[in-house]
Design a protein around this ligand. Structure first.
Ligand SMILES: Cc1cc2nc3c(=O)[nH]c(=O)nc-3n(C[C@H](O)[C@H](O)[C@H](O)COP(=O)(O)OP(=O)(O)OC[C@H]3O[C@@H](n4cnc5c(N)ncnc54)[C@H](O)[C@@H]3O)c2cc1C
Length: 460
């Protein structure tokens, strides 16, 4: 770019602050920026805290994000622009530095219902004209019950929303006038995983669209029947793409509305709404990200037994179904929803270990790790969350194993030492006369009894 061209790009710029909306298609923030005559400067700001503190982030998710940004960078370059990548704990400061050099008219961003974003926005608003669009099906501000309060029961939340028959007007614009400025990117850590090492989760909106199309063509109508079986590839596996906004949730929903109706479609939309519900809860009850939603359990005597916790973490509990799920997590960064419930119940109800420890381990390993959904899932299973499973619902790992992996296909895939044993021993290796697997770390029936007594004492 010549000096003059660079100079002419310095005026009348709008920033597209990319957050979890890594896509050019069906992106309301980007489309709104396009309506203005300014050039659009695409900026991604890595959260410096997350780069330095790995408590709630992991290298697989980071690699997915990093390569996802490379994909979007390619698309931006194909349209003659350049993506600017910065790292900072303070977006306002970063944008102020840019505004010393460029005339920034507006900042367009896809907002989030988190305290962190609300604080960032308040600060940003003091200096800039910020236009926020939300990539959510449900708007927490307007979706309230008859008394004007937030819903706390999922079915009410979902049914009332469905009654509104919302259809989203989305524009299919995907060509933009991006800036191509001589700005240096900050030094960003190189991801640990190459694209090939990310396995089936290849980032980018093109991949997201392909996965969604395949799900719609081949799986959605049988979703209700297949979704719970550990050995069937019956769910969408879109979670990391939805998390990073590589596909628009509103576009997904609009597409579902146009499908022939079926129990499968209905059930899948309900699952999308569970995600919305947890985002909504996080908006109104942000403290529940770290504390039990149900106050009666706020002093619950969870254990912190590190030895048992480590055995759970690495799939060494002696319960094949639990161990197989944990191995799936460590090896792929993803776990089946049924598996997540089984292992979360095992940790919190059989071992009575603090759900926060499990939640953190999930965040350190899941490629789709997303705290509102993760905390929601953990508290639901532990029985202390909003609209949670009742405390006396304790998953029996043996029955779950037999029901959702009847031929032990999933177990045998992840636990090679059980590959050649009879199916009944794959579910319950302790029934064999020989020592074919590691011993159980707990007796489920005894643990269940103790747990019920303890929970009961908080309900008297
Ligand atoms: C203990 C526990 C922890 C969890 N942690 C996470 C997490 O960190 N991130 C995450 O995205 N999901 C989490 N879930 C929800 C669910 O397990 C995953 O969303 C799902 O397994 C992802 O696979 P999929 O894309 O094939 O889902 P599908 O069955 O195809 O569902 C479609 C989409 O709906 C959403 N969804 C589905 N089920 C749920 C649910 N129960 N709660 C919230 N959203 C849902 C996801 O965005 C998912 O991609 C957790 C569930 C439990 C029980």
């Amino acid at each position: 770019m010549t000096k003059n061209q660079n100079q002419s790009q310095k005026n009348n710029i709008s920033i597209w602050w990319i957050k979890n909306d890594l896509r050019l298609n069906f992106n309301e923030s980007l489309n709104a920026a396009k309506i203005n005559p300014e050039l659009i400067m695409p900026v991604y700001i890595y959260n410096e805290n997350d780069l330095n503190n790995h408590d709630y982030v992991n290298s697989r998710a980071y690699s997915f994000l990093h390569h996802g940004l490379k994909e979007i960078e390619k698309q931006i370059e194909l349209q003659g622009g350049r993506l600017l990548q910065l790292k900072s704990n303070n977006p306002t400061k970063s944008f102020k530095e840019l505004s010393d050099k460029y005339q920034i008219k507006k900042i367009y961003v896809t907002g989030e219902f988190t305290n962190e974003f609300k604080e960032q926005l308040n600060e940003l608003n003091t200096t800039f004209d910020v236009k926020v669009h939300y990539d959510n099906l449900v708007n927490p501000k307007t979706h309230l019950n008859q008394t004007g309060n937030p819903y706390k029961v999922f079915t009410q939340f979902a049914n009332q929303w469905k009654n509104k028959n919302t259809i989203y007007n989305l524009s299919a614009i995907n060509k933009f006038d991006f800036t191509k400025l001589d700005e240096r990117n900050d030094d960003i850590p190189i991801p640990q995983y190459t694209l090939n090492q990310l396995g089936e989760f290849l980032p980018g909106e093109e991949n997201a669209s392909k996965i969604f199309a395949n799900f719609i063509d081949n799986k959605i109508h049988s979703y209700k029947d297949n979704r719970d079986y550990l050995y069937i590839d019956g769910t969408s596996k879109l979670s990391p793409y939805i998390k990073f906004g590589m596909i628009s949730i509103k576009q997904i929903y609009n597409t579902c509305l146009n499908l022939p109706s079926s129990k499968g479609v209905e059930k899948w939309v309900d699952e999308l709404l569970w995600r919305e519900f947890y985002l909504y809860i996080n908006n109104y009850f942000p403290q529940s990200i770290n504390t039990e939603f149900q106050e009666k359990y706020s002093n619950f005597q969870w254990k912190q037994d590190l030895s048992l916790f480590n055995q759970w973490k690495y799939g060494e509990t002696g319960f094949p179904v639990v161990d197989a799920c944990m191995k799936q997590l460590i090896n792929t960064g993803w776990m089946h929803n049924r598996g997540r419930m089984i292992v979360a119940s095992f940790l919190t109800k059989d071992l009575l270990i603090d759900w926060r420890m499990g939640e953190k381990w999930f965040m350190q390993n899941l490629i789709d790790g997303d705290r509102p959904s993760n905390v929601g899932g953990w508290q639901w299973t532990a029985g202390c969350g909003v609209d949670a499973a009742p405390y006396f619902r304790i998953f029996n790992p043996i029955l779950q194993s037999k029901k959702f992996d009847p031929k032990a296909i999933f177990i045998k895939k992840w636990i090679p030492e059980l590959q050649n044993v009879e199916i009944k021993f794959a579910h319950e290796p302790w029934l064999s006369n020989e020592s074919i697997y590691r011993p159980k770390i707990v007796d489920h029936y005894e643990a269940r009894k103790k747990t019920l007594e303890l929970f009961k004492s908080y309900n008297e």
